[in-house]
Design a protein around this ligand. Sequence first.
Ligand code: ZN
Length: 332
Amino acid sequence: MNVIEIAEKFPEELDAIKFFERFRWKRGKPICPYCDNVKVSKRTKDFRFKCYSCTRTFSVTVNTKLHGTGLELKKWLFAFSIVTDAKKGLSAMQLQRNLSISYPTAFKMYHRIREFMLDENTELDELDGIVEMDETYVGPKRPRLPNSQKREMTSSEGIEIPELDERIDELKEQGIKFKRGRGNPAKADYDVKRGRGTKKIPVVGIVERGGDVVAQVMKNLSAKNLIAMVKKTVDEDKAVLVTDELPTYKKMDSFIERVMINHKKLYSYKGINTNTIESFWAIIKRQIMGQHHHVTAKHLPKYVAEAVFKYNNRNDDDMFVTLVKNAMQEKY
Ligand SMILES: [Zn+2]
């Protein structure tokens, strides 16, 4: 539902409340959240019900994930719509402007919405069929090296340019300064503090061709972590795993059928490729890095959850309703 439809469908706060009530209770018929009694008063002026048994009052959001936000439910509906419609991602600042709320409120709302998305992501069926697995790094863009430096650095050892480039960029991110035209890391000034918090963070993804994706932020890409992820999310008997030549993936061969594409030689061979997961990485980077310039390890899982949710619901017009449903889940 787009914002115009929402404005038309929910002109008053009560219209929004009734909509949420339909997802909270069967046929929208209120039940006391404190004692499960069904005999309750009519809605009072402040949109609450009073229980005839325990005499407590409650609103539709009591004990749900929207409990005590202090925001009109209409605003939540607008926020759900704006966020799900933003295919390329959105910043909290854009949400702030669209909803005429403060930045901290917009920030909190957006993170809450990502939590609802994460809830949805955890209820997926196991992936099967052709399933691609790959890893990427999300974080600040690497600075470009001047060409003169590139040449000097790569002349002697016969090391391939891309690999060395990456190494240099890694070192630069750690705060090592290269002197122009010399390119000798040994002579570089090293300032540990500068590099902190700007490191790229590994994200591992598994996608079923034509199906869903799962993605997970990982502290390290150990065989143990990767195997645990496959076992948890993939149906090992009904799937063929496609990976690149990263040695860790070899350890999967003991429990799942696997084919490998060697990216040093070619990117696709008779349908053996990791193109689907690669295109998901492109989406995730656009959504995250296009909107958020400082992504911390703490928040990255939520940004990833948003990208996964949008990808898995890409053919679904009702992302909006899914969010309303998840927002109305009771929390205990
Ligand atoms: Zn009660």
